[in-house]
Write a protein that binds this ligand. Structure first.
Ligand SMILES: C[S@@+](CC[C@H](N)C(=O)[O-])C[C@H]1O[C@@H](n2cnc3c(N)ncnc32)[C@H](O)[C@@H]1O
Length: 223
């Protein structure tokens, strides 16, 4: 078997070249389900920056939460355990099936859906929207649409949390995952959602990786 990241990069390159920027996710997860590939980002644990942000903000439900690009479901389960009613979605049906299988008694609603064309009922429907590492695996128009759609899901008074790899504007974007610039982080403030804070951190990996932890909020409706 290839190096997992090299395999994912070659699937991504072929998919992007074919004009199907999201097709490779299902190919990768289906390969993993057959035991022929490894999903390079699947740590099978909640994201450490999400955990730190939640603890730092005493995050607790009730409330409706959306987890974008949920993969195998660990972040969704983390938010459900903190009292949120969670909808977790991924464009790859095999990822959604695997999450459902891993957590058979879960209260999380796992759904196959595309952030680029979300169900209309999800517009402004979530008190908490969590986007971790989805935008950074998309390119060009799909990437820009994805950023906007994250904001569109946030309910009045709701919060969007974005965690992504970071790069400077002048840095070479390199190969998948393609880190976000500060300007791309600022673009999450769309559809009436405003930036609260965007922090750049070095994570706990060896060597450490530069990441953004961004918080955005939609003003509550006047009472
Ligand atoms: C790099 S992975 C990150 C997974 C998970 N959020 C994590 O942090 O481990 C990106 C995930 O987003 C999903 N994805 C990519 N494009 C998507 C889209 N347009 N709509 C929904 N999910 C998408 C992929 O299938 C994959 O599971």
């Amino acid at each position: 078997m290839n190096d997992p990241r090299a395999h994912a990069r070659s699937l991504a390159a072929a998919s992007v070249a074919a004009g199907q920027p999201t097709a490779w996710f299902e190919q990768l997860y289906a390969g993993a389900a057959r035991g022929e590939a490894t999903v390079p980002w699947a740590d099978l644990a909640p994201n450490p920056q999400l955990v730190a942000w939640a603890e730092g903000n005493d995050l607790a439900g009730p409330g409706r939460a959306a987890v974008i690009g949920c993969g195998y479901g660990d972040d969704a389960e983390f938010l459900a355990a903190r009292g949120f009613t969670v909808t977790a979605f991924d464009v790859a049906p095999t990822a959604v099936a695997a999450a459902t299988e891993r957590f058979p008694a879960s209260p999380v609603g796992y759904v196959t859906a595309d952030l680029l064309r979300p169900p209309p009922a999800w517009t402004a429907a979530f008190d908490l929207v969590v986007e971790i590492y989805t935008v950074q695996v998309l390119r060009d128009a799909a990437r820009r649409t994805a950023v906007e759609q994250c904001a569109a899901l946030v309910a009045p008074g709701g919060t969007l949390v974005v965690i992504a790899r970071a790069r400077d504007e002048a840095d070479d974007p390199g190969s998948m995952p393609w880190p976000l610039t500060r300007a791309e982080m600022a673009a999450f403030a769309a559809h009436g959602v405003q930036e609260v804070d965007v922090a750049e951190i070095l994570d706990q990996e060896v060597p450490p990786v530069r990441r953004w932890v961004g918080e955005f909020r939609r003003t509550a409706r006047a009472g």
